[in-house]
Design a protein around this ligand. Sequence first.
Ligand SMILES: [Zn+2]
Length: 94
Amino acid sequence: MSVSTHAVKCARCKCVLETLPDAKPEPRAACPQCGEGDTLENVRREVGEYIQEHISKTIHGALVDGVRGSKNLKVTSDFHPKGGHRFIVDLEPR
Ligand SMILES: [Zn+2]
C-alpha cells in the first residue's frame, strides 16, 4: 500500500494537510484548519504506523472470525489499537 497515493489528513479536522516544501529547517506538512503539523518525515512515519495498525486490526478480525465455531481453537479478541494518531489517510474499505 502506497502512502503517496493517499491524501494525508488531520485526524482531528479531517482536513487534507498542506505541504510546505519550503519550510525551514525542514519541509513540513500542516493542517490548514488547526495548524497541527510536523516535518514531512515525521508525518510520513506516523501515517505508516497508522496504516500498520489498520492492517493488524483487519488481520486480527479475520482471525477471530475464522476460528469462531471451532471448539479446539481459541483466539482472544483483546487487540487494543494504540490510537491517538495525529495524521490519518483514507484506506480502501474492505
Ligand atoms: Zn486539523
